[in-house]
Design a protein around this ligand. Structure first.
Ligand code: G5P
Ligand code: MG
Length: 223
């Protein structure tokens, strides 16, 4: 679908709910630029930047990065793509972050992936990631064509340091206490759209249909 006006979306959901997987499909089908806060942080850790070295231990423990650091990182990236439609994955994750985004951009829609915690725990311990692109695989759900290698580049896949069972538990806790209030923030603005389920392949057609309708309405309103 060709977008005739800039469209700004957020995808939100607990760790392992499928944000990265669904974002990949959205950017492929609708051409939105996918900005993942976790991918940006992991790129910094991988490149051993000052910021990456500073943040690695708290990320590995499943704690959130301070709001002012995260907001500055993301808002800087967004400024560089001001004329593009985008999809934010993993940001905002606190009400403070949502407020700082709101001061600069208004969000057209927030896709909330509502997946039960017990489903998530199993997924994350069998996740393999291609760090440079953020592409994710899962031994059972979407295995790579060649074991241990990224489908596109053939480069090695790694397991994330924060995908250990203890850290996953802490990340889910952080989601409950710090991120769930963001759902209410967007619900009260009338932009929250919730998709519930335990399988991405069943959730995805609903997300796709919703976005098709939403974007058709927006395209008509500028025509
Ligand atoms: P991230 O990187 O934002 P999380 O914890 O929010 O990390 P995560 O783990 O990246 O989210 P996801 O993107 O929601 O999960 O899920 P995914 O990767 O698509 O899917 C998970 C796995 O399940 C994959 O292996 C996938 O193949 C598989 N899968 C998908 N669907 C199915 C299915 O239907 N069935 C099965 N069997 N498998 C499936 O953040 C990381 C850390 O960075 C910091 C924090 O420390 C955070 O913990 N951080 C921030 N801190 C402060 N503020 C922010 N805004 C921050 N953003 C990041
Ligand atoms: Mg992700």
């Amino acid at each position: 679908m060709v977008l005739q006006r800039i469209f700004r979306a957020v995808i939100i959901g607990p760790p392992g709910s499928g944000k990265g997987t669904v974002s990949g499909r959205i950017s492929k089908s609708f051409g939105l630029k996918h900005i993942s806060s976790g991918d940006i942080l992991r790129a910094n850790i991988n490149a051993k930047t000052e910021l990456g070295l500073l943040l690695k231990s708290s990320i590995d423990r499943g704690q959130l990065v301070p709001d002012h650091v995260m907001s500055r990182l993301i808002l800087t990236d967004l400024r560089a793509i001001e004329q593009s439609s985008w999809l934010l994955d993993g940001f905002p994750r606190t009400v403070t972050q949502a407020d700082s985004l709101d001061q600069v951009y208004s969000v057209d829609t927030v896709i909330n992936l509502n997946v039960p915690f017990h489903t998530i725990k199993e997924r994350l311990t069998s996740r393999w990631t291609h760090l440079p692109s953020g592409r994710v695989y899962n031994i059972d759900f979407n295995p790579p064509k060649v074991p241990g290698r990224d489908d596109v580049t053939g480069e090695p896949l790694v397991q994330r340091d924060d995908d250990t069972p203890d850290t996953v538990t802490r990340r889910l806790k952080a989601y409950e206490t710090q991120t769930e209030p963001v759902l209410e923030y967007y619900r009260s603005k009338g932009v929250l759209e919730t998709f519930s389920g335990t399988e991405t392949n069943k959730i995805w057609p609903h997300v796709e249909t919703f976005l098709h309708k939403k974007l058709s309405v927006l395209n008509h309103s500028v025509a």
